[in-house]
Design a protein around this ligand. Structure first.
Ligand SMILES: [Zn+2]
Ligand SMILES: [Zn+2]
Length: 668
């Protein structure tokens, strides 16, 4: 799968694909063969601001060099250096970033160019914390900046998991910007943690940046540290040698984009999370013609979403869910309808709103993230609410059940969510009973099945009718299935292919799918987080690695929950804690008070008095022995007691509680 250097001569595929990729066809937007916009190689264009120095690298490397039309928007002067007390280590003022329409992009691949580096810091062999670095020469950009949710082993007080950003610190001086594909947490969730340390500009579409801004407010990141650029599909942002074009796409959140990343070594297409929806609810259909144009001109590398790579066929259009809602709204008759879905799925929320209006019902909203997203999406014009349709949750009692639709969070069974509180009769405004018709419009993410089942059971027990999972088509995925994945690969015709956004099994399956549409196995690379991947005229290969892993955030701080703390929390939850308290005269070593042994969550003390007595005797024996040897280092007492008691408990009970020796020294 990794292309070896020595094989190049006999594998002309890259030249077949990329040779002659002068990008000189008309109307593709890839070419600006227009006499007013002369091609410039290494010299600054005429109308460039004079104080901008010509970099050494730009003399040597001809591409990409966007021309500078009148429409061009210089982004950097708007950014000011954040005068934050925090350790803001990079000034954006040094960046020369420009935004312009793609029709003005002049791009030419340099056949002699060095390879481009692709460094995934998250998102491979996992679903979550997507983050990829694209590096060329003295420039780097970041694609997506996501978080993951803790898995079963990590749940103990860990709220969020983010990528290891050690490498970001190493390249902080060349990191020009962050480009975000869409507003899901696994793509934006790490931004607050990045931006509190580095003042780097972030680019995304309107809704994406709207959601990012909401996140910043939540995390208290000061306004001055927020350097956001709003782009639209068809825009190009040039960071210097690397330029990024935003391409309209479809996903379970509006305003998602795919990216074409132009580097001197070639063009990289990053699909972001995508599906092909020919009848989307909000926004246009994915811009397949654009991907085909790029494919014809020559694509070096395709990075594509693997989430649904095990599923054959096509993902149904979001619109099909609306059709199911029709039938269900009819069936609900005189009942109040409660629908739980992802807050960010604004397509879905819009369809619920539309159905409510059609059936003469009012809409109320419950759940913090639903209320937040609702207001951001309405404010930005993505969600259209007819006047007078929305009612406050406080006013529910003013309406009959058949006059209401309640949209809520909690479709994944999240314990603190609105739906969960309704199920456990803990919701202050909503009491569920036999007058309720509840639709869970989502499929549980693997790992959440148990929590969802628990809530469904509770709701059924309260007498409600509950529609969930695959009973009706109340949910469609936001990710492409195999046929859509094939279509993207066939249109992009990349020299190299790298599946992203998936567990290993998803990446593997996606690689197999790529082979069926003609990508040779040797041109497919299965990467892993932290790998330094080089792609260019010499093929594609892994040339090294950087630190990558999971950093835990537990509300108190970033990274101060190490794996040791996590192990302690896990042991505490499973095996409990045992404390040994004693006072020792350290000048004249002897036991003064104790030892006293207490346990919490470890054993029922009554049933194990004998064990506790044995442990006490063991502690006495250790203290007396050390005292006899005149040991006056209190730490030695602590360590010996901890070790001996842990061993003894494990030996007799096969359990490992945390043993905490509270040994105090006194000198009389
Ligand atoms: Zn997504
Ligand atoms: Zn994602």
């Amino acid at each position: 799968m990794v292309r070896e250097k020595e094989n190049i001569a006999e594998k002309p595929v890259i030249h077949d694909t990329l040779a002659g990729a002068q990008f000189e066809r008309e109307n593709t937007g890839l070419s600006a063969q227009n006499p007013e916009q002369p091609r410039h190689r290494g010299r600054p264009p005429k109308n460039r601001v004079p104080e901008e120095p010509v970099k050494e690298t730009s003399r040597k490397t001809p591409a990409p060099s966007p021309s500078l039309p009148d429409e061009e928007e210089e982004i950097h002067p708007k950014f000011t250096h954040p005068a934050s007390d925090r350790d803001v280590r990079q000034s954006v003022g040094q960046n020369k970033i420009k935004k312009f329409p793609r029709s003005q992009l002049h791009y030419e691949r340099d056949p002699e160019a060095a390879s481009v580096r692709i460094i995934p810091l998250g998102g491979l062999e996992e679903i979550g914390k997507n983050m990829t670095i694209i590096e060329y020469g003295d420039e780097a950009i970041m694609i997506d900046c996501g978080q993951a949710f803790p898995n079963d082993d990590e749940l103990f007080g860990v709220d969020v998991v983010i990528p290891d950003m050690t490498y970001i610190d190493q390249i902080k001086d060349k990191l020009r910007g962050v480009v975000i594909t869409h507003g899901h947490e696994d793509h934006i969730g790490c931004l607050p943690f990045l931006l509190k340390d580095y003042a780097v500009p972030v680019f995304g579409t309107k809704l994406t940046i709207g959601l990012v801004n909401g996140k910043m407010r939540e995390h208290g990141i000061p306004e001055r540290a927020r350097l956001f650029g709003v782009v639209a599909p068809g825009d190009v942002v040039s960071f210097g040698q690397i330029s990024v074009e935003f391409i309209a796409s479809n996903h379970s959140i509006p305003d998602a984009v795919a990216l074409a990343i132009y580097t001197p070594a070639g063009v990289i297409i990053h699909t972001g999370d995508f599906k092909i929806d020919m009848s989307p609810i909000i926004g246009p259909m994915i811009d397949l013609p654009r991907i085909a144009e790029l494919g014809k001109a020559g694509v070096l590398l395709l990075l594509s979403d693997s989430t649904n790579s095990e599923r054959p066929g096509y993902t149904a259009s979001e619109r099909t869910v609306g059709q199911s809602f029709d039938g269900l709204f009819e069936r609900a008759e005189k009942k109040r309808i409660i629908i739980a879905t992802f807050a960010s799925n604004i397509h879905r929320v819009q369809q619920i709103v539309d159905k409510a209006e059609a059936f003469g019902r009012k809409v109320a909203v419950s759940g913090r993230s639903m209320i937040n997203t609702f207001s951001i999406a309405t404010e930005l014009g993505y969600l259209k609410i007819p006047d007078g349709l929305l009612v406050d949750i406080e006013e529910l009692n003013n309406y009959l059940p058949e006059q209401l639709v309640l949209i809520t969070t909690g479709s994944q069974g999240e314990p603190m969510s609105a739906l969960s509180r309704m199920a456990f009769s803990d919701h202050r405004k909503v009491e569920v009973d036999s007058g309720d018709f509840i639709i869970i419009s989502a499929t549980p993410i693997p790992g959440n099945e148990r929590m969802v089942t628990k809530i469904v059971n509770r709701l059924l027990k309260l007498g409600a009718e509950v529609i969930y999972e695959r009973m009706y088509d109340v949910h469609v995925s936001g990710h492409a299935c195999q046929e859509e994945q094939k279509m993207i690969i066939s249109l992009a015709k990349p020299a190299y292919f790298m599946p992203v956004h998936g567990e290993y099994k998803h990446l593997k399956k996606h690689a197999e799918t790529a082979e069926t549409v003609g990508i040779a196995r040797k041109n497919i690379l299965l990467g892993e987080n932290g790998a330094i991947i080089e792609a260019g005229k010499n093929g594609i290969s892994v040339v090294g690695s950087v630190p990558a892993g999971r950093v835990y955030v537990d509300g108190l701080g970033v990274g101060d929950v190490g794996s040791v703390v996590l192990r302690d929390r896990r042991l505490l939850s499973q095996d409990g804690i045992l404390t040994v308290a004693a006072v020792i005269d350290i000048m004249n070593p002897r036991l003064v008070v104790g030892p006293e042994i207490t346990s919490r969550g470890f054993v029922f003390v009554k049933e194990s008095e004998q064990l506790l007595e044995t442990l006490r005797a063991e502690a006495v024996r250790i203290i007396e022995e050390l005292a006899k040897r005149d040991v006056n280092d209190i730490n030695i007492y602590r360590n010996e007691i901890k070790e001996a008691l842990s061993k003894r408990i494990y030996f007799s009970m096969k359990r490992s509680p945390i043993v905490v020796p509270i040994i105090m020294a006194m000198s009389i």
